[in-house]
Design a protein around this ligand. Structure first.
Ligand SMILES: C[S@@+](CC[C@H](N)C(=O)[O-])C[C@H]1O[C@@H](n2cnc3c(N)ncnc32)[C@H](O)[C@@H]1O
Length: 223
């Protein structure tokens, strides 16, 4: 996503200063590897920061230097912030005048959201189950204007129901945001999760395929 956005931005701007906030070292390495193949060269000046949003913003406040940006994206990452409301307001505070904030989260009408709501025990202190409706409500409360765009998306989860299919094991974990569901839970609980995943709240059947509803929403605020 980030690489694609840079490619698009470079069509419009000759050079970009890009601050990358990412707490996971291996994700930074993966991203750096991907960038090598893109050949952006000196057109993009990267500022790598291996830290969370909360760590970054606290640091900025401590030295009383809130850096302003023309464009900020938080794509499927707001699940991990300590406080959604204050984070959204702080992100807007980091926008230059006329700057744009892009936030993406699962739609409040998606199978993803219904699955998470059905199994709230998968959330923890580091990961909160939020949806695009939560973001919109916060913006409405603060009378901040925005544009919301829903993107339809389906994930073929047929492999989750094939015995011994390793992709299915990983996909089940990914959709539920857990590690080793099958190894760490009782068989009856795993069956309950798998049954709910393929049920009509989350999935439609299309011939032999089971298509999980992964609709997401982009919410765009212009300062
Ligand atoms: C679902 S991934 C999305 C990655 C990327 N935005 C994309 O669309 O491909 C969520 C990312 O947020 C990172 N993350 C987790 N906690 C975070 C935090 N508190 N602040 C910023 N990023 C965080 C994760 O390490 C992970 O790389």
């Amino acid at each position: 996503m980030d690489c694609n956005m840079i490619t698009q931005l470079l069509k419009k701007f000759p050079s970009i200063a890009n601050t990358v906030l990412e707490p996971a070292a291996d994700h930074i390495e993966e991203y750096k590897k991907l960038l090598e193949s893109k050949g952006f060269g000196s057109d993009v000046d990267f500022n790598w920061r291996q830290q969370t949003w909360d760590e970054y913003y606290k640091e900025c406040k401590q030295v009383n230097q809130i850096k302003k940006f023309h464009f900020i994206s938080a794509i499927h990452s707001l699940y991990y912030v300590e406080d959604l409301e204050s984070t959204i307001l702080d992100l807007i505070n980091c926008l230059e005048e006329g700057g744009v904030l892009l936030m993406i989260a699962v739609s409040d009408d998606s199978g993803f959201w219904r699955l998470w709501k059905r199994f709230p025990m998968f959330a923890d202190d580091l990961y909160r189950q939020i949806n695009s409706g939560d973001i919109r409500r916060i913006l409405d409360t603060h009378q901040i204007g925005y544009k919301a765009i829903t993107q339809e998306s389906r994930v073929d989860i047929t492999c989750c129901y094939e015995d011994g299919n390793q992709d299915g094991v990983l996909l089940t974990d990914f959709l539920n945001h857990v590690v080793n569901l099958r190894e760490c839970s009782s068989q009856s609980f795993v069956d309950e999760v798998l049954s709910y995943m393929r049920g009509e709240d989350c999935t439609v059947q299309n011939g032999d395929q089971l298509l999980f509803n992964n609709d997401w929403q982009a919410i765009i605020v212009t300062n």
